[in-house]
Ligand binder design. Sequence first.
Ligand SMILES: C[S@@+](CC[C@H](N)C(=O)[O-])C[C@H]1O[C@@H](n2cnc3c(N)ncnc32)[C@H](O)[C@@H]1O
Length: 251
Amino acid sequence: MSLIFDHIAELHSARSWGAVLDAGTGINSLRWLRTLPASELTAVTGAELMVRRMRDALGPSPAHERILTGNWADPAILAGEKFDTVVADYLIGAMDGFAPYFQEEMFTRLRALTAGRLYLVGLEPYVVDRPSTPAGDIVFRIGHLRDAVLLLSGQKPYREFPLAWVEVQLERAGFAVVATRRFPIRYRARFVNAQLDMCVHRLHLVPDDLRDALAAHVETLRAEALAMEAKLGGLRHGFDYVVAAEPRTIS
Ligand SMILES: C[S@@+](CC[C@H](N)C(=O)[O-])C[C@H]1O[C@@H](n2cnc3c(N)ncnc32)[C@H](O)[C@@H]1O
């Protein structure tokens, strides 16, 4: 289904999945989790729109599944409940849009929710330092332009967190990291178009005197990035990561 979900299944091996929590649900993670022999499946999202998209793409919930809409910053969400397996698939990087400044606290919530294993999937930030390769540089410029347009249109950009930071937060929250793996990324034309279309769809919200210049810049960057993507067979830059962690036992 995906290299990352295959890897998690391999890490899980013969363990029972039991009651599973998809703490940052979406079409990809829920589609995969529905294929597993979980006794119960709970999927949480911050957006009603996500629930509609999942229902359209995946159909109605099977009997053992519940989909909840809420905000992890609300202490009442799943208070007191525990799950054998918790999946946090690109949750932390999406949190700024729902509960800014709550990312660290989220690790404490995840610890309280996890009885067995946590699998955390994230994207190493690629908008921090200017990369040294042409492919990396163009991915960096696309990310910066997207974030600039989001800010100029009054919206929040994504905020991904590095693997090293995640490992520290897991340890602080009372987890022991049991496995870590990086998955190098090759960005394709679909990524280029999705990120730059996101800019185009927000141009009506940016200040009037910047709109035409930004619109032209988006298309220049798109042409440059698509030509490079075709020439190089993809834009290799950065990595996704998977961390498996378990509640630390006090000895
Ligand atoms: C990038 S999406 C996750 C991708 C998803 N796993 C998939 O299969 O494509 C992030 C998810 O986390 C949810 N989320 C982010 N912050 C949240 C918060 N504070 N409370 C609840 N859900 C949140 C979003 O609503 C969304 O469902």
